[in-house]
Ligand binder design. Structure first.
Ligand SMILES: Nc1ncnc2c1ncn2[C@@H]1O[C@H](COP(=O)(O)OP(=O)(O)OP(=O)(O)O)[C@@H](O)[C@H]1O
Ligand SMILES: [Mg+2]
Length: 420
């Protein structure tokens, strides 16, 4: 049976076979209700990728992203990988539980329900909320305010670029950086803004916003972000508590911004060491290749406007191949995702899409080999969750797919109003 392996070129496939891949689903053959599953579809996990996961509401994006996380964790190369899931809606904590309700269907696929030993991190100042809602977590994280640039503050606090507040913020941060490096806290910024002879309205406004930032529960003396990139770990950063907060997405973006900057920096350093080792005939990864999986990605790297995470993520996308960082971006509408990020995707899993502009956005990024067939492939998908098409820029091929059932529990299920 010919093996389908997406994201892997012929050379790697010849040398490594299916080592370092994950089985994500099965090839769908036939159209509409006639479609049936055939060969398994494997996905390369060993090389850096930028993957887009798209589809209308409730078509299986979050579910599929969980499947990829499971494969990364179970992979034969998991020792050299680490996975960070940016969980904005709080749907991944349930990976700790086996998918017992899916035992029957899993059996048909040759799998068993399985619990995953993930580490769930929540903002240090938000433990009470999680305890109250009885959502499990393992650890807390903080970020050091001293690591933020004034531009990042400005975006996070929603301050206009050339406003008085922005100028005051800039002055305060550069003064603090001059005197204390990165070693200052929110209270020092609050004190700092009063030391300048500035319009009282601006001082008051900035003070208010910074005081609000204290309630985000993410600031601490140190950044504990490095914990997220341990070998063979799956870290889930649960930021669902910011759900209802005004500016909730800016806060999440700030965390993603710092995290992605730090991971990239560390991977670049590690890569240098690895090259030296390779020259000496040693072959060991200094730091695991990191996969960051971002659900609701358009909130972090939107088509219009900018968030604190936009630039750092674009850097991942552009130069990530060399240091070895991979990104999976899930969103309902590819057309709402930053066009530069979209154009760098080398792997796309698209569940059902109907909006013409989204289908066009997909078509535009893929080479001409699929453009004309794309609509046809999408229309031919059976009306079933978990089905989609995979566009593989590495092999320049397109495959209809049925994603495999999850081994762990998926908490993002669509609620219904039936009383059972
Ligand atoms: N491959 C699959 N096999 C079986 N069920 C699936 C599969 N994919 C998704 N589902 C089911 O479909 C429903 C919706 O899935 P999911 O939560 O992943 O949607 P989504 O695309 O992320 O939606 P939203 O846009 O609202 O975030 C869930 O109940 C999930 O259990
Ligand atoms: Mg979802």
């Amino acid at each position: 049976m010919p093996k389908i392996c997406v994201g892997r070129d012929d050379e790697d496939q010849e040398e490594h076979g299916l080592d370092g891949t994950g089985m994500i689903g099965k090839h769908l053959v036939g159209e509409g209700p006639e479609a049936h599953t055939a060969n398994p579809v494997y996905m390369d996990l060993a090389r850096p990728h930028v993957m887009g996961i798209f589809g209308k509401r409730g078509t299986g994006k979050s579910y599929s992203m969980g499947t990829i996380a499971e494969e990364l964790y179970d992979s034969d190369i998991s020792d050299n990988l680490s996975t960070v899931i940016i969980d904005s809606m709080g749907v991944y904590w349930s990976m700790k539980r086996p998918n017992d309700r899916g035992a029957g269907i899993l059996d048909k696929w040759g799998f068993k329900p399985q619990a995953y030993d993930t580490t769930i991190y929540i903002p240090a100042g938000k433990t009470e909320e999680f305890t109250k809602k009885e959502i499990p977590y393992d650890e807390t994280f903080t970020i050091n305010p001293g690591e933020l640039t004034s531009e990042e503050w400005r975006m996070a606090l929603n301050i206009d670029n050339d406003s008085e507040m922005s100028i005051l913020l800039d002055k305060t941060i550069s003064k603090l950086k001059d005197t204390a490096g990165n070693d200052y806290r929110l209270e020092h910024i609050l004190k700092g803004i009063k030391k300048f002879d500035f319009d009282q309205g601006a001082v008051r406004g900035l003070e208010n916003r910074l005081e609000n930032a204290e309630d985000w529960g993410i600031f601490g003396k140190d950044s504990s972000l490095e914990k997220f990139t341990e070998r063979s770990e799956m870290s889930i950063i649960d930021m669902s508590v910011f759900g209802e907060m005004s500016g909730g997405w800016s806060i999440r973006s700030l965390v993603v911004a710092l995290l992605s900057k730090r991971i990239l920096r560390e991977r670049m350093d590690a890569r240098r060491m690895e090259e030296i080792d390779e020259m000496q005939g040693l072959n060991q990864n200094e730091m695991p290749i990191t996969w960051m999986l971002i659900d609701e990605a358009h909130q972090f790297i939107p088509d219009e406007g900018e968030t604190p995470a936009t630039k750092p993520l674009l850097r991942w996308v552009k130069i990530g191949r060399e240091p070895g960082v991979s990104l999976a971006l899930a969103t309902q509408q590819p057309a709402k995702l930053n066009a530069n990020a979209l154009s760098q995707c080398d792997l796309i899993l698209s569940h059902r899409l109907t909006a013409q502009q989204d289908i066009e956005a997909l078509g535009e990024i893929m080479q001409t080999y699929v453009r004309k067939d794309l609509k046809h492939y999408i229309e031919a998908l059976p009306d079933e969750v978990g089905t989609g098409i995979i566009l593989d820029d590495n092999s320049e091929r397109i495959f209809p797919i049925k994603m495999r059932p999850r081994k762990s529990w998926h908490a993002g299920g669509t609620p219904d109003a039936y009383e059972d």
